[in-house]
Design a protein. Structure first.
Ligand code: ZN
Length: 210
């Protein structure tokens, strides 16, 4: 997920978005940009190309991770690297061409990830300008629940839970959408969605004609 930086600079409150994490799998600093994970400190991390609309993988429903092994841990590390490089605040595995239920996020309070996440609860309502790394350079005001709680596993197979309001709740909902093959375009009101698709098609045609 992307957030509109220009909007944040003019007063949108991004810091101070509270969230709670449970479980002991929250490796607070190991995924910071420029620092290799402790798990792969001797292996260079890789940056994936990010799949963009209308790549069909973005509409697929990925499957759960059957076994958390070194390949999955490597995937999580590479997804973090890709997300920070973009830069974005959240990334789901289908966005890098991997049809697995894995998400990574960092809204500025530290990195966290979830494997086979399940949305447990949402509540309230909040409209916020939102973007997606798979639909570059576009932002729309999108209404979502204000609060979300998600449970899943970490790279050690431990149960973890993340929840929060505002931006935290939003990034959780946005990334969970990716695991259901849903892009944020679907969250737009019908008319706005039609207009967005029309503009994107026009731009695609214009690029093709150059
Ligand atoms: Zn996205």
């Amino acid at each position: 997920m992307l957030i509109s930086l220009s909007r944040d600079r003019v007063g949108r409150r991004v810091s101070g978005v509270g969230y709670r994490a449970s479980g002991i799998g929250h490796r607070a600093s190991s995924h910071r940009k420029g620092h290799c994970s402790a798990l792969f400190s001797t292996v260079a991390m890789a940056i994936f190309p990010i799949r963009t609309y209308p790549d069909p993988i973005l509409r697929m429903t990925p499957g759960p991770v059957a076994h958390i092994d070194d390949d999955v841990r490597r995937l999580v590390d590479d997804m973090f690297e890709t997300m920070y490089e973009a830069p974005g605040v959240g990334l789901a595995a289908p966005q890098v061409g991997i049809a697995l239920e894995v998400i990574v996020c960092d809204i500025g309070d530290g990195p966290f990830h979830l494997i086979n996440p399940v949305m447990e609860e949402t509540s309230g309502s909040w409209t916020y300008e939102e973007g997606c790394l798979s639909i570059p350079d576009r932002y729309w005001p999108i209404e979502r629940s204000a609060h979300a709680r998600v449970r899943g596993l970490d790279v050690e197979g431990r149960r973890v839970m993340y929840e929060g309001d505002e931006l935290m709740g939003r990034v959780l909902q946005h990334e969970m959408d990716h695991l259901e093959g849903t892009l944020l375009l679907k969250r737009l009101p019908r008319r706005a969605r039609k207009e967005a698709l029309r503009q994107m098609r026009q731009e695609e045609l214009a690029r093709g004609e150059l």
